[in-house]
Design a binder for this molecule. Structure first.
Ligand SMILES: [Zn+2]
Length: 509
């Protein structure tokens, strides 16, 4: 009975406060900075956040007074026809080749902290001379608001209901395609995607009788996909994250590796990290760039701690830039080593499952930190269960236009056979096709089992040839191996039929 009363009380408190922190929790753990020299549009607003229109006007004016280092351009249009704005910060008076850093925010429209924080970063870059020194070594490509349509309504998805951070494989939205085009044109060394997470979730009432929330000012989501080069993963961990964590600590912010609840048939399991190529942190790391997704504490908090959230994003942007500035040589060497790696493709892998894993939360009623021992699934520590040698080339039959179009959007280089040729190849016979339980708006993924055979086969003129000695080799291999989670077969870009051969082949020499 007591438990039900507490649950009732919990839900009343959560509903009454619109799932926000209790006041005393805010006061104790999340004070706004006392000094924040904000000159961006939000500074003069009593309610709400910087609108798209305000942002556009502000950036236009800022460019006019800083045209030697700042250039505003348009990388594409949203579904509702809004310009997706790119701010390039670059000092063209220094001639050395620069590191290219891409920052983007508002992939999810209901996460305004990233936009506000990046506008603040841009503003400071134009005013603070010590910050401007970063431009001696770095060109910045900043997209403060990607999902403008969602941003204007403060909704997560784009106008047609697709989640942009689940669309990095099929690239069905003009917004995801525009980001990819920018990445292909600028080839950034670093891609940072600024998000916000929801600290109080109804799922947590299933974990505890108390009202609990996730405490961290920021959580870091890096790629747990075992196909990402170990050189890239190491540098992200030991350089970017180490510096960012220190930066957080000395400024009285807290940080942690990303965790989030997932409802399963065995109850709530906490997912740590992530490995799915459909989301940015993985797809851009597979692309051979240093890629991190940051999750600042924001959704559901209204404007309560907005100053703190802006400062948080700003400090992260500054920290990542400083790491690039100080470690440019080491980072370039790591990218070179990543290119040389010829590891097998990890086709299937499973996250490490642990019971009774301690994870910290805030007990909102008692106003103190609590640790819960929970079931976790850790994507950062996964075990590979199926791997294959990286082929020299993949061959794809000429009728697979959707696959080729998607590879082109991803910046993968594709050749075609000018005449019929015979090769000895590895082919995939589809043994089993099973629909997954979760559907997306436009498709239901499938799981396949295949048998690999070696055969001598005649390929017609027009067959697509994809060499794997190219920059995006890890990404394209993950996309083309049929059992890959989020790959082209799983995501229905290439259709599999039971008992038939797949239109994808591996050429081993
Ligand atoms: Zn998000």
């Amino acid at each position: 009975m007591k438990k039900y009363l507490i649950l009732l009380l919990t839900s009343l408190i959560l509903n009454a406060s619109f799932a926000q922190d209790l006041k005393r929790v805010q006061k104790k753990y999340y004070p706004n900075p006392t000094v924040l020299d904000l000159q961006t549009p939000i500074a003069s607003k009593k309610t709400g956040y910087t609108s798209y229109k305000e942002m556009k006007k502000y950036l236009n004016e800022l460019q006019q007074s800083n045209d030697s280092i700042m250039k505003l351009s348009v990388i594409g249009k949203t579904q509702k026809g809004k310009d997706i704005l790119l701010v390039k910060l670059s000092d063209s008076t220094t001639s050395q080749s620069k590191m290219r850093v891409m920052y983007f925010a508002r992939i999810h429209g209901d996460e305004p902290g990233g936009t506000e924080g990046l506008l603040y970063f841009i503003d400071k870059m134009t005013k603070d001379n010590s910050l401007k020194e970063l431009l001696n070594k770095i060109d910045f490509y900043i997209l403060p608001m990607v999902n403008v349509d969602g941003g204007e309504k403060l909704t997560r998805q784009t106008a047609n209901g697709i989640d942009l951070n689940r669309d990095q494989v099929r690239l069905e939205t003009p917004e995801a395609t525009a980001i990819r085009k920018l990445v292909n044109e600028t080839d950034p060394h670093v891609c940072i995607d600024f998000h916000e997470y929801q600290p109080l979730k109804s799922a947590y009432s299933l974990l505890s009788d108390e009202v609990i929330s996730v405490p961290w000012d920021v959580m870091f989501l890096t790629s747990g996909n075992p196909n990402v080069s170990s050189h890239i993963r190491k540098s992200i961990e030991s350089l970017f994250l180490e510096n960012a964590k220190t930066k957080m600590e000395v400024n009285d912010f807290t940080s942690h590796t990303y965790y989030t609840p997932k409802k399963t048939n065995k109850g709530i399991v906490m997912n740590i990290g992530g490995a799915s190529p459909r989301s940015t942190s993985n797809t851009f790391s597979l692309n051979n760039a240093f890629s991190i997704l940051t999750e600042s504490r924001g959704i559901g908090l209204g404007r309560k701690s907005i100053g703190r959230r802006i400062e948080n994003v700003y400090l992260l942007a500054e920290s990542f830039a400083n790491t690039v500035y100080q470690q440019d040589t080491a980072l370039l060497a790591a990218l070179d080593s990543a290119m040389m790696q010829k590891d097998p493709v990890a086709v299937e892998f499973v996250s490490k499952k642990t019971a009774q894993y301690p994870l910290p939360f805030i007990n909102q009623i008692k106003n103190k930190m609590d640790t819960l021992d929970l079931d976790v699934s850790n994507a950062i520590e996964s075990t590979v269960t199926l791997s294959r040698e990286l082929p020299v080339k993949y061959l794809i039959l000429p009728d697979q236009k959707y696959a080729i179009e998607t590879l082109n959007k991803m910046g993968v280089l594709v050749d075609t056979l000018s005449r019929e040729e015979v090769f000895e190849v590895q082919s995939f016979e589809v043994r089993d096709v099973e629909k997954e339980n979760t559907s997306f708006k436009t498709f239901t993924p499938v799981k396949v089992k295949t048998k690999v055979r070696t055969e001598t086969k005649r390929f017609p003129a027009g067959t697509f040839v994809i060499k794997t000695d190219q920059k995006r080799k890890r990404l394209l291999a993950v996309m083309l191996e049929p059992e890959s989670s989020n790959g082209f077969v799983n995501y229905r870009i290439i259709e599999a039929t039971q008992g038939k051969e797949l239109p994808v082949f591996r050429l081993m020499d």
